[in-house]
Design a binder for this molecule. Structure first.
Ligand SMILES: C[S@@+](CC[C@H](N)C(=O)[O-])C[C@H]1O[C@@H](n2cnc3c(N)ncnc32)[C@H](O)[C@@H]1O
Length: 382
C-alpha cells in the first residue's frame, strides 16, 4: 500500500503519528540551485527533519542523498535533530563532467591579451571614420551600451569580447589581425560531451588538450585545470543515520523491527553503490567510456523513468531499491518527504515495503502520479 501526497512536508508531516515509519529514505533538495529550480535554493528546513525524527520508530534509519559540497551541513542538521550518524554511503557513477578552466590558456590570456594597444585603438578609429560611425552609434547598433569607453579609455581597459568582436568585424570590415588576442575563449571542460544522432553521445577527449600554451608561464601549467569543478564528479554521498533505540537494542528491534541491516545472501554488503554501467573488471573504467555506454545509459534511464518524466534529478530505481532492501524489512513502511517523480515509492513497491511520498510541486506530483498508476498497485493519492 502506497500513498502519494501533494503538499509541503513541513505541514503534511504533522498529520502522522509519532513512531510510525521504519525508515526515511529520501533524495532531498541539495541546496545547489540545480537548473535554477527554486525548490533547490537551500537545504531542507530543520523543522522537516525534526518531523522525520518524530515520525520514525525508535531505531529507524534515515538515508538522505546530498551534494558532496554541502553534505556536512545536511549531516549537522540531522545530528541536531537527534540522529546518530553512521558511515556514509557513496553512489558512484561514470557520467559526470569536469568543468574546470584550462589554466595555461587563462594564463596566456592574462599575459598576452593585456590592455588594448595604441595600434588596436588606431586601427579601430581609422575603420570607424572610414565608415563614418561614432562610438555611440556603434553601441546603439550593436546594443552594447558603455563598452567603447573600455576599448579606448583608461578606466577598466579591455578588448571586446569575442561575441562583440565578431559583430564589430562585420560592421567595420575589420580583418583577423586581432583574432588571436581576442579569441582566448574560455574552454571550460576537459572532456566535452557531444550529442550524436540525437540520442547517443560521444566523449571528446582531446578538446582540452588541443590547446597549445603560448607563453612560458602558460607552458609551465599545461594540462592543469582551475576551479571547483576541475575534477570529474563521480560520487554522490548518502547520509546514513539512526534514531536512537530505546533500552536494549535487541528488545527495541523485537518491538519495532528497525535498524537492522539485511545481509542475507551477501556477507559483506558495502557502502559503495556502483552504477550498473560501471564494469570494474575493465581497467581504467572511467577512461574507457564509449559512445555505447552513453547510449545504453540514456536509453535505459528514459525507459525506466518514462518519456514524460522531466524531473531534473530522477534517481535510478535499482539504487533506491538497494537502500530499502538493506534497511527496511518486508512489510515495513517508509517515508520519502521529497519524493519528486516518485522513484522511492516505485522501489518500495518492488521491495514489498509500504511507502508514503510527499511532493510539493504539483508538476512533479503529476509525474509521480502517472508513474505510480502504471504500477497497477494499491496506491492512494492526496
Ligand atoms: C531531488 S528531488 C527528488 C527526485 C526524486 N529522487 C526522483 O527520483 O524523482 C527533491 C524534490 O523535493 C521537492 N521538495 C522540495 N521541498 C519540499 C517540501 N518542503 N515538501 C515536499 N517536497 C519538497 C522538490 O520539488 C523536488 O521534486
Amino acid at each position: 500500500m502506497h500513498k502519494l501526497i501533494n503538499g509541503d512536508s513541513k505541514e503534511i508531516l504533522k498529520q502522522f503519528a509519532d513512531n510510525s515509519f521504519h525508515a526515511v529514505i529520501t533524495d532531498p533538495p541539495y541546496g545547489i540551485n540545480i537548473r535554477k529550480e527554486k525548490w533547490d535554493n537551500s537545504l531542507p528546513e530543520l523543522e522537516i527533519w525534526q518531523e522525520c525524527y518524530r515520525v520514525l520508530k525508535p531505531g529507524g534509519m534515515i538515508m538522505a542523498f546530498a551534494d558532496p559540497r554541502n553534505y556536512h551541513h545536511l549531516a549537522c542538521d540531522l545530528e541536531k535533530c537527534g540522529f546518530n550518524t553512521y558511515p556514509l554511503f557513496c553512489w558512484i557513477y561514470p557520467n559526470g563532467f569536469p568543468k574546470g578552466m584550462n589554466l595555461s590558456k587563462e594564463i596566456d590570456k592574462e599575459l598576452l591579451r593585456g590592455n588594448p594597444t595604441e595600434e588596436f585603438k588606431d586601427y579601430l578609429r581609422s575603420k570607424m571614420s572610414e565608415k563614418n560611425l561614432s562610438g555611440n552609434k556603434i553601441e546603439q547598433i550593436l546594443g552594447i551600451r558603455g563598452m567603447f569607453s573600455h576599448y579606448f579609455g583608461k578606466a577598466n581597459p579591455q578588448y571586446p569580447s569575442p561575441k562583440v568582436w565578431e559583430k564589430l568585424k562585420e560592421l567595420l570590415d575589420l580583418d583577423n589581425r586581432y583574432d588571436e588576442i581576442i579569441y582566448f575563449k574560455r574552454n571550460k571542460s576537459h572532456l566535452s560531451l557531444v550529442r550524436e544522432n540525437g540520442t547517443s553521445y560521444k566523449y571528446l577527449k582531446d578538446n582540452f588538450n588541443s590547446y597549445t600554451p603560448k607563453t612560458d608561464e602558460g607552458k609551465l601549467w599545461d594540462e592543469y585545470r582551475y576551479g571547483a569543478a576541475s575534477i570529474k564528479p563521480a560520487l554522490t554521498p548518502i547520509y546514513v543515520g539512526q534514531k536512537p533505540f530505546k533500552g536494549k537494542f535487541v528488545k527495541n528491534f523485537m518491538t519495532h523491527n528497525t535498524g537492522a541491516i539485511n545481509t542475507k545472501g551477501e556477507n559483506y554488503p558495502c557502502n559503495v553503490l556502483m552504477d550498473s554501467k560501471i564494469d570494474l573488471s575493465e581497467k581504467n573504467y572511467f577512461e574507457n567510456i564509449t559512445a555505447d555506454n552513453y547510449e545504453y545509459c540514456s536509453k535505459s534511464v528514459v525507459k525506466e523513468k518514462g518519456e514524460y518524466n522531466n524531473h531534473p534529478t530522477v534517481k535510478p530505481i535499482d539504487l533506491m531499491k538497494r537502500l530499502i532492501h538493506l534497511t527496511v524489512p518486508k512489510g515495513g513502511k517508509i517515508l520519502d518527504p521529497f519524493c519528486g517523480s516518485g522513484t522511492t515509492l516505485i522501489a518500495a513497491n518492488l521491495e514489498g515495503v509500504e511507502s508514503i511520498g510527499i511532493e510539493k510541486e504539483y508538476r512533479y506530483y503529476q509525474i509521480a502520479h502517472r508513474r505510480l498508476l502504471e504500477l497497477n498497485e494499491d496506491v492512494s493519492y492526496a
